[in-house]
Design a protein around this ligand. Structure first.
Ligand SMILES: Cc1ncc(COP(=O)(O)O)c(C=O)c1O
Length: 434
């Protein structure tokens, strides 16, 4: 931030530089760019520089897929052309090669490419024989798909509140939710951070329950040096374009060490076929596209590097936002490696901040504004406000800041300066009389 005088000033809590100019009669509205605030009469004009002109023109999206794909565009186009040349569009060798690479990346014996992350969860549950009358435990702070997959095999989702530090299923609350009907547990590795798997696995073991990991937001995340997804009976991934490992369309995968589960999911994703036109099971069409397999294989080669970039951005955000009043930055649990699918802070002024940030060209997001147990679609489950207080508080406070590997330090600096100045200004604004 530069000014003519270089003096520091403060206006309504905004950090700003103050320039004093004696410019009698000058037409200030023509002279002063829109990034400045002008106060005073024509004889003595104060120009308060809010942000630099460059920053004023900054538009920062929540994620920028164009910037993400640009450096590897040629590799991606070559991969797509290869699929076109061979016409292996549905399943086939490109998917098989990606499956091998992704299983190796996760440290799992097998990967099965499917249509999307919802398929991965649903087919895992189906392959484990879960169905009508069963209950499956998961966290209420997740994307709707986790619960939908449970519903779509006929079972009932049962929720357990999240831990207030990691935002993942709280193992301390897990055991009391288990009933004789419980048939599986699905911890969700939210925002790129693994759930605390050891206590979850220990409780599951005692009750003879399989643990399916929802790793849809956690490609490359680690729990005690194990890759997210490789720890439970199966790990489910989404390759939705905005994910840390994203396709150029829809795709997903299950990873597992169980050959039996792998064989079953392979059949279920392809109409229950053991061989062409030999249908052993009633399955579905949940195959991965050949083009997505080829594209994901290219993008997988860059994942460690892009995850490192996300982690560096998160470090910068957290340094610049440390000890700011009414702001909680993400906590990295000591047990693993967070890969920051999103960088989510918490503030009580969330809605005002989000709107004001948009006005300054910074797109923020909310993951997620309504916890799953309070969604209209699940009213019949009978949960009410207060059922899961941590998830509900988080849904009110969560604010996701721009996060993608190609984000620059300059952009992060702009985001944090604007956020801090808004927090200060909202703090100084008296609450409206009710
Ligand atoms: C936690 C979680 N689970 C499941 C899914 C479903 O994945 P997909 O959109 O690929 O079906 C998502 C996708 O956003 C997710 O974030």
């Amino acid at each position: 931030m530069r000014s003519d005088s270089g003096q520091e000033g403060d206006l309504n809590g905004f950090q700003c530089d103050v320039a004093l100019r004696d410019e009698a009669g000058s037409v200030v509205s023509k002279e002063v760019p829109p990034s400045r605030v002008v106060v005073g009469g024509p004889a003595k004009v104060k120009v308060l520089t809010m942000v630099s002109d460059k920053e004023y023109n900054m538009q920062i999206p929540l994620l920028d897929l164009k910037a993400h794909h640009e450096p590897i565009r040629e590799e991606l186009v070559a991969a797509i052309e290869e699929v076109m040349d061979s016409s292996a569009f549905a399943g086939g060798p490109f998917v098989a090669k990606f499956e091998q690479d992704f299983a190796a990346f996760c440290g799992s014996s097998f990967a099965i490419g499917v249509g999307n992350g919802t398929d991965a969860l649903w087919l895992s549950l189906l392959a484990l024989g879960i169905g009508a009358g069963d209950e499956v435990i998961t966290a209420p702070m997740t994307f709707m798909a986790t619960a939908e997959a449970i519903s779509f095999c006929g079972a009932k989702p049962v929720f357990v509140d999240i831990d207030e530090r990691t935002y993942t299923l709280d193992p301390n609350l897990l055991e009391r939710a288990i009933t004789p009907r419980t048939k599986a547990i699905i911890p969700v590795h939210l925002f790129g951070q693994a759930a605390d798997m050891d206590p979850i696995l220990e409780i599951a073991r005692r009750h003879g329950l399989p643990v399916i990991e929802d790793a849809c937001q956690a490609h490359g995340a680690e729990y005690k040096a194990l890759k997210a997804g490789s720890i439970g009976i199966s790990g489910c991934f989404s390759f939705y374009p905005g994910k840390n490992l994203g396709a150029l369309g829809e795709a997903g995968a299950v990873v597992t060490n169980s050959e039996e589960l792998k064989n079953k999911i392979q059949m279920l994703r392809d109409h229950g076929q053991a061989k062409k036109y030999r249908h052993v099971l009633v399955g579905w069409n949940a195959r991965m596209d050949g083009i997505q397999g080829a594209v994901l294989r290219v993008k997988l080669r860059h994942l460690s590097k892009t995850n490192d970039a996300r982690r560096a951005h998160a470090r910068l955000y957290s340094q610049q936002l440390a000890e700011v009043e009414d702001l909680i930055t993400p906590v990295e649990a000591g047990y693993g490696r967070h890969v920051y699918h999103v960088y989510t802070v918490r503030t009580r002024a969330r809605d005002q901040i989000m709107e004001a940030m948009a006005g300054r060209g910074i797109a923020c997001g909310i993951h997620y504004p309504i916890p799953v147990h309070l969604q209209e679609a699940y009213r019949w489950l009978g949960y009410t406000k207060g059922s899961f207080p941590v998830a509900e508080r988080c849904a009110e406070d969560f604010l996701s800041l721009p996060m993608y590997p190609e984000l620059t330090a300059e952009q992060i600096g702009f985001v944090t300066r604007e956020l801090k100045s808004l927090l200060r200004s909202f703090k100084r604004t008296p609450a409206p009389a009710s």
